[in-house]
Design a protein around this ligand. Structure first.
Ligand SMILES: C=CC1=C(C)c2cc3[nH]c(cc4nc(cc5[nH]c(cc1n2)c(C)c5CCC(=O)O)C(CCC(=O)O)=C4C)c(C)c3C=C
Ligand code: FE2
Ligand code: FE2
Length: 313
């Protein structure tokens, strides 16, 4: 039977033209903004218009676009080299490649089964659920009825944890870990979303605990370990403590940041963490401020996703 693995992610603006597309699509997603469709459409246009100039400037500082798609393509190529019995495809939620276009092609190619794998380790209704819904709706729209199986999360999957710890150890470099404060920085979410039952925060916390324990077993202990939330937008109350709050409370002024909600580097890691929060840390007098890379297209992460696929029935 002809099969395809679908790597699902949010998307990122690869160039200036895609910034508006990304923002409009994101703010029109009912999983992101829970207002009725008409209100959401107007709100999406308003937020996009007001945020656009600032967001454009931010992307300029990381070379004019998000690296999310290009790194994902490299990951796709490496995964495809290891997988002979299925095609590996990418579907982004807010920027191309869109679900409808990819699925039309797969329908024509006679692909009968889809294995959906999120590039998000923790499940959230705002990310993984939104992508799965989008793919199911697009398939229905074009009259395509493959068997669909989905992986919902892998925050506790050993091969994935290993690929993260490899990056943390790489980030430590020549420093003594006991002199560093490790901050796991997770993309924030409105508290309202968590109160409705979204398991994201619980899964992030559980993953942090697993890393602390596993790193200790590898002889890697830090001065302190923290969990913080980044990327707040809009007036709602979001998860705390924010990364800024945590940086303010650290006494030894030496921080190593690990972006725990992403597997692929993007504007939130390259711009927000590596540029914006670095400036905050410098103002606060940090002597060390390092941001770990995401697993990206590392062999260990490619092997982890291959292992996830092999578990799917
Ligand atoms: C407005 C609400 C938002 C929610 C809820 C949200 C959840 C969420 N997002 C990611 C991953 C990514 N977000 C990225 C960018 C981004 N996210 C929001 C807003 C929400 N995200 C905005 C407005 C933006 C654009 C940048 C900005 O204006 O700050 C990206 C980066 C894409 C790129 O360009 O490289 C990623 C990745 C997760 C994991 C998540 C919930 C758990
Ligand atoms: Fe986001
Ligand atoms: Fe952000």
């Amino acid at each position: 039977m002809k099969k395809a693995i679908i790597l699902m992610n949010m998307g990122g603006a690869s160039n200036y033209d895609e910034i508006e597309i990304f923002m409009k699509n994101m703010f029109n997603d009912h999983r992101i903004i829970g207002a009725p469709p008409f209100v959401r459409k107007n709100l999406a246009n308003y937020i996009t218009k007001t945020r656009l100039p600032e967001v454009k400037e931010n992307y300029e500082k990381i070379g004019g676009g998000s690296p999310l798609l290009s790194i994902t393509k490299s990951f796709q190529k490496k995964l495809q080299e290891r997988i002979g019995d299925a095609k590996v495809e990418i579907i982004m939620r807010y920027t191309p490649p869109f679900a409808k276009d990819v699925l039309k092609r797969l329908k024509e190619e006679g692909i009968k089964k889809l294995y959906l794998i999120p590039m998000y380790p923790q499940f959230s209704t705002t990310t993984t659920a939104s992508s799965i819904e989008d793919i199911r709706a697009a398939a229905k729209d074009i009259g395509y009825h493959p068997t669909i199986v989905s992986h919902l999360h892998y925050y506790d999957f050993e091969p994935y944890l290993e690929s993260v710890e490899e990056r943390i150890i790489e980030g430590i470099g020549n420093e003594d870990p006991k002199s560093l404060n490790l901050i796991f920085s997770a993309h924030g979410l409105p508290v309202r979303v968590i109160k409705k039952g979204d398991p994201y925060q619980k899964q992030v916390e559980a993953e942090v605990a697993l890393h602390v324990e596993r790193l200790k077993q590898q002889g890697v202990e830090f001065n302190q370990v923290h969990l913080a939330y980044q990327s707040k937008v809009g007036p709602l109350k979001w998860l705390t403590p924010s990364l800024e709050m945590v940086l303010e409370e650290i006494k030894n002024k030496k921080a190593l940041i690990y972006p725990i909600a992403f597997t692929i580097d993007n504007s939130e890691t390259l711009f927000e963490l590596d540029i914006e929060y670095r400036e905050v840390a410098q103002k606060l007098g940090f002597k060390t401020y390092k941001v770990c890379r995401c697993p990206n297209d590392s062999d260990s992460f490619v092997r982890a996703v291959e292992a996830l696929y092999r578990q799917m029935k």
